[in-house]
Design a protein around this ligand. Structure first.
Ligand SMILES: [Zn+2]
Length: 96
């Protein structure tokens, strides 16, 4: 469904996804770090470093996906997620 700028009625509208990007990135990074730390504490041996890294990456991916969904919700419901490329006006789904 195309979005129309409420100010100038242009259909040249870009989706911003600011929260989705921010939360997804933060979630992925913190998830990887937390996963590596948790796995390293479990193993306690250098042999398990690779497993810790893989486990951390898997955990980070899961957190990142959850974070992206959360961010998507924030974008769609709380932020002005659309920007008119013609006049620069910011607006959200709720304003249409
Ligand atoms: Zn506009």
């Amino acid at each position: 469904m195309p979005h129309i700028c409420p100010r100038c009625h242009s259909n040249l509208v870009a989706k911003r996804n600011l929260a989705r990007k921010a939360v997804g990135t933060i979630g992925a990074v913190s998830g990887v770090v937390g996963g590596v730390v948790a796995c390293a504490q479990d193993g306690g041996e250098s042999d398990n470093l690779a497993a810790a890294v893989i486990g951390g990456m898997a955990a980070g991916l899961a957190v990142g996906i959850a974070g992206a969904r959360l961010g998507e919700f924030v974008d769609q419901n709380l932020l002005d997620n659309y920007q008119c490329l013609r006049c620069g006006y910011l607006f959200s789904d709720g304003c249409i």
